[in-house]
Design a protein around this ligand. Structure first.
Ligand SMILES: [Zn+2]
Length: 341
């Protein structure tokens, strides 16, 4: 990878075009079918890449244009999960959702995103980051009637994720990111087996690896939950010491408009840090100066060559116009700080 100082990237998802799926909505149904849907997804991916390019984003992604949801779509491609058989469970201890059931051994019989990654690789020479759901976040969106053990099911998913990650690496992906918002919720499990399970998912990879831990999309359930967290959000304090000792290369955290004390970054000294400098829970577009302020503060705790400016979380639920504005703000703010270094 060509060395860029303060390389910008997004957490992963970007809004989809309105002709592909209903905007500003999670799990939004596709508006196209069959081959036209395949073609539509590819066109949307092209647009997502173009918009990142136009905004000057350095590490690009597919904008998650081919998935309906960052966790569900991956699971839909596996065997052992019955999507017709649904149970209501509490997701991340926060909101109830009707979820599919694990009915037998989970297996990945065919690649999930590998063709999409090859497609993106052909379109750009920039470094590519690819997001996959983390094992703990996956088990949290399912009802398990087979393994009856969160740890066992997570381990099976880690094995499957490792197979997918190795093929993504072979397809030319530079950074593989695992989304683990569950790491900010289930602290005991994170320390007992969560990090070991994540390390199983990255076993044998030569490309860089990242873990994205956040406070979720800007949806109501998450906004309500954040109101209960008090004036200081110290959740990262629980997972960071163990992540610092892990083999994960890059660790992400939310910093824009959040109550996360920045000095928590000290706990992952030596790691590369993806600093969220864009709030995804508001339609207000940050000024470049606001972005720069977050990055300057982060630089007190992380060396410049290890700082990766990013968004707090995915931007799928935002309007395209707002998301574009936020991408541009991220680039412009980063440029200011680069100039100061
Ligand atoms: Zn996130």
């Amino acid at each position: 990878m060509k060395k860029i100082l303060l390389p910008t990237s997004t957490a992963g998802s970007l809004p989809k075009p309105t002709w592909l799926a209903e905007p500003e909505k999670l799990w939004s149904p596709w508006k196209l079918d069959n081959e036209i849907l395949t073609e539509g997804k590819q066109d949307a991916l092209r647009i997502a890449l173009l918009e990142q390019d136009l905004a000057g984003i350095d590490i690009v992604s597919d904008g998650e244009q081919t998935r309906q949801h960052f966790v569900t779509t991956f699971i839909e491609h596996l065997s052992g999960v019955d999507f017709e058989k649904r149970e209501t469970v509490r997701i991340r201890d926060r909101y109830d959702a009707s979820v599919p059931t694990v009915v037998s051994a989970v297996e990945r019989r065919k690649p999930v995103f590998v063709e999409d990654a090859k497609f993106l690789r052909k379109l750009t020479n920039k470094p590519i980051k690819w997001a996959l759901p983390g094992p703990m976040t996956m088990i949290d969106t399912l009802y398990d009637a087979h393994y009856k053990s969160r740890q066992k099911l997570a381990w099976e998913f880690a094995t499957i994720l490792n197979q997918e990650a190795k093929e993504l690496e072979a397809a030319g992906v530079d950074i593989i990111q695992f989304d683990e918002p569950a790491f900010n919720v289930f602290f005991d499990e994170v320390n007992d087996w969560g990090i070991a399970t994540l390390e199983r998912a990255i076993e044998g990879l030569k490309c860089e690896t990242a873990v994205h831990i956040c406070y979720g999309y800007g949806i109501q359930a998450n906004t309500d939950w954040k109101k209960t967290l008090g004036s200081e959000w110290r959740q990262y304090e629980e997972s960071f010491p163990k992540l610092q000792k892990s083999n994960i290369d890059i660790i992400s955290l939310e910093c824009q408009n959040s109550h996360v004390p920045m000095d928590l970054i000290e706990l992952i000294r030596g790691k590369k840090v993806m600093v969220g400098a864009i709030d995804v829970a508001t339609n207000t577009i940050e000024t470049p100066e606001q972005v720069a302020n977050v990055l300057r503060k982060a630089l007190q705790f992380v060396d410049a060559d290890k700082l990766y400016p990013s968004t707090n979380c995915g931007m799928a639920p935002l309007s395209r116009e707002v998301a574009r504005g936020k991408l541009e703000a991220l680039s412009a703010g980063t440029k200011i700080v680069r100039g100061e270094l």
